[in-house]
Design a protein. Structure first.
Length: 751
């Protein structure tokens, strides 16, 4: 993209679209030609692919891959023709000026570059010729005495592509795309397993474009007690890895391997309103104290969404078509390959599979044998991919636009929109790539599955989980058609009766704000609690207005108890998350293998999250610290630490070491909830939940009295232990002289 530094954007577009790219496509032959972007827009979209993740406004200093996004290498034998075509096309190109004149703007270009790292240095017509080059370029430069030949591996592969159009056909003209038949992978795996029958392997199949009959394949050797093909002491031959995949992925790929278009897990957050995004951030910050505000700004999310669509629009250009082949690669031990090469096994006259082959692809209607791949018009294949993609992008655009409007949309409706967006965004990634199915996506593909519970290690219990079962629709129709019963088509979201039955597992790639635990807790706080309290309060007001005061007061008591329980639960979870965060800091400093996780702390988190949760009491804190100190002592020298000090955990009366002069319940209320908006920790989740409940109470305040008066009298029965807090921080630590250097922060927290 050096042209951007010497000419404007419009001139760069002309330079690439009319001169450089056409010259490259004419000079370079298949299969290398398929990697060259066919338009300037595609190249520009690929160069800005880092913008497709929220918060990535520019290249990051530690991202070494960004510098090579647009370095497309050219085979050495094609360089003379390439430059000749560049000069010819530059001389012929005429640019129209504002006055209407035509001028040869790029006439007479000068060659000012050199070529390095040429494409496929060892890629020759035959395997024997490739190994000859490998010997002269690499092996002769190495001293065998210093080379552990058993630790070296070599990839050997071939690429098949359509070399000519089918005869006597005007309807089926190229370019063409070759795709592996997914049903043939079982036979391929059987063949590979026969090479080393004693070696076990793990085969993985990749579904492509949400189609039943197209897919890729990969197998890796599995280490066992008997064999380990990848180990340098292993003497028996074996296949370390094998792959069979389609090169159509070049349509969207950029120059680093972990890229995935529409792959950011934060994009579904656009289905939430600005206010709900702020609430989710406060929720997460209150629990983890580590929110990433850059990634949840609606502007950053929208910019990333538009960058992904820009990339998609550029590649959907019907004039930018290419031949896409298929590849098959296998990884072997280098010593085995060199031995076979020395014995002449790779001579073309001994095997037809080690040299250049040309053969006629059989028509699908022809009787007899068949090929393990499909040959499809690239235009037809791209049309299908982009049409299927539009089926997800259009409803996602609608959901995102609706959430951005200033009109009042209820939180339950936005939550339903978010789960629908989460489903469609995940299906969108499958529609544009070849992907392995992981267990965390079972809720999409399987109608039901079972897992073993971990709560009782001595008792084996199987739990049944429910999913959408979309894989059945693909198996029946060959492609994805979402069953009518799964969606509320009138409302534009996942059917509520289906959603409440779904079990969405934890996704290791969706952390922080978009983790399932965070979203589910947020859903409960925004929907379940609020809807339940609102219904009860409306019922209570109706009873007051109809003169049934006794029933109304019972309802008020029920609302007060329920609200206090949920606020207390939120504070308990805040305490446990804060302790976990401080312990994780210690683990990072000492080594996570040295300091394990605290089982009592994780048990308390699980107990607090249950429907009938358990209180965090002084006994809970004591048990957590007892386990923590015992674990901590084992990692230190005996001279550094003594027995557990009496002030661990550190209990406080007040800052003056005196008992509170009011009741415990009023003390908890004044310390935790009677906070000005200027307080440093005002935005924590448990406080946000308290304020939301207090606003709902306004429906009956004139009939039942002030919320704070009643809440402050009973909150102490639900929150029995707190951090020692003040206006500047929610957790105070012991800073007495000497203590700060003797103990980690975890052991200096005041309660």
């Amino acid at each position: 993209m050096a042209g951007l530094s010497v000419c404007g954007l419009a001139d760069a577009l002309n330079l690439y679209d009319h001169i450089i790219i056409p010259a490259a496509c004419e000079a370079i032959s298949d299969p290398c030609r398929q990697e060259i972007p066919r338009t300037y827009d595609i190249a520009y979209a690929k160069s800005r692919s880092f913008q497709e993740k929220p918060g990535n406004d520019r290249w990051r200093p530690d991202d070494v891959n960004r510098a090579v996004h647009l370095q497309y290498t050219i085979p050495a034998e094609d360089l003379p023709l390439f430059w000749t075509l560049v000069v010819s096309k530059a001389d012929e190109f005429q640019l129209t000026t504002k006055s209407g004149e035509t001028v040869p703007y790029f006439k007479g270009p000068q060659l000012l570059f050199q070529s390095h790292d040429l494409k496929n240095t060892f890629g020759k017509e035959t395997l024997n010729a490739s190994l000859d080059d490998f010997e002269s370029s690499v092996l002769q430069a190495l001293d065998p005495a210093h080379l552990d030949i058993h630790s070296c591996w070599i990839d050997i592969g071939a690429r098949d592509y359509v070399a000519s159009d089918p005869p006597h056909s005007t309807a089926r003209r190229g370019p063409f795309t070759v795709l592996w038949k997914s049903q043939c992978h079982s036979y391929l795996h059987e063949q590979i397993s026969r090479i080393a029958p004693e070696s076990r392997s793990n085969a993985v199949k990749f579904q492509k474009f949400l189609l039943r009959d197209i897919g890729d394949y990969q197998v890796k050797a599995k280490r066992t007690r008997a064999t380990n093909p990848g180990h340098h002491h292993e003497r028996r031959p074996g296949v370390i890895r094998a792959k069979a995949y389609s090169c159509h992925k070049e349509l969207f790929s950029v120059m680093f391997s972990d890229y995935e278009i529409f792959g950011s897990g934060f994009l579904p957050l656009l289905a939430l309103s600005e206010g709900m995004l702020s609430d989710l951030s406060a929720n997460n910050r209150g629990r983890r104290q580590a929110s990433n505000t850059t990634q949840i700004r609606r502007g950053a999310l929208l910019k990333a969404w538009e960058a992904n669509k820009r990339h998609l629009r550029a590649t959907s250009n019907t004039t930018a078509l290419a031949n896409y082949g298929i590849r098959k690669e296998m990884t072997f031990r280098l010593d085995v390959i060199l031995r076979m090469w020395h014995r002449g096994y790779f001579e073309p006259n001994r095997s037809p599979h080690v040299g250049n082959r040309s053969f006629k692809v059989l028509d699908a209607s022809t009787d007899g044998g068949h090929d393990p791949f499909w040959v499809v018009s690239t235009r037809d294949m791209n049309d299908f991919v982009f049409t299927q993609t539009a089926r997800f992008i259009l409803p996602l655009d609608h959901l995102f636009q609706k959430a951005s409007l200033r009109t009042t949309i209820s939180p339950p409706a936005l939550i339903l929109a978010f789960y629908t967006a989460q489903l469609f965004c995940q299906l969108l990634t499958y529609a544009l790539a070849s992907k392995e199915r992981f267990s965390y996506d079972n809720w999409i593909w399987l109608p039901q599955w079972t897992v073993q519970t971990r709560r009782k290690p001595n008792i084996r219990l199987l739990l049944e989980r429910r999913g959408l079962g979309l894989d059945m629709a693909i198996e029946d129709a060959g492609m994805l058609w979402i069953p009518p019963s799964s969606l509320d088509w009138y409302g534009g979201h996942i059917a509520l009766e289906v959603l409440v039955q779904l079990y969405i597992p934890r996704n290791p790639f969706q952390r922080g704000l978009v983790s399932q635990m965070s979203i589910q807790r947020f859903t409960v706080s925004k929907v379940a609690i609020e809807v339940c309290l609102r219904q009860l309060l409306q019922h209570a007001r109706s009873e007051f207005e109809h003169g049934r005061r006794h029933t109304a007061e019972e309802l008020v008591e029920r609302v007060l108890r329920l609200a206090t329980e949920e606020v207390a639960r939120a504070y308990h979870q805040h305490m446990l998350s804060k302790l976990k965060l401080k312990w994780e800091d210690m683990r990072k400093g000492s080594g996570q293998r040295v300091l394990p996780r605290l089982e009592r702390l994780e048990q308390s988190e699980e107990e607090s999250a249950r429907q009938t949760g358990c209180f965090v009491t002084a006994q809970t804190i004591w048990e957590i610290y007892d386990e923590a100190w015992t674990t901590y002592v084992r990692t230190r020298a005996k001279s550094e630490v003594d027995d557990k000090p009496e002030d661990v955990p550190l209990w406080m009366g007040t800052r003056k070491y005196l008992l509170p002069d009011d009741s415990w319940s009023n003390s908890v209320f004044n310390r935790l909830f009677k906070r000005p908006k200027t307080s440093f920790w005002y935005g924590l989740y448990f406080l946000e939940l308290y304020h939301r409940v207090k606003r709902l109470w306004g429906m009956i305040e004139d009939l039942a009295g002030l919320f704070d008066e009643q809440f402050s009298r009973i909150i102490g029965y639900y929150i029995m232990v707190t951090f020692n807090s003040d206006a500047t921080k929610d957790v105070a630590v012991d800073r007495r002289p000497g203590i700060e250097h003797q103990r980690a922060t975890f052991f200096r927290i005041q309660f």
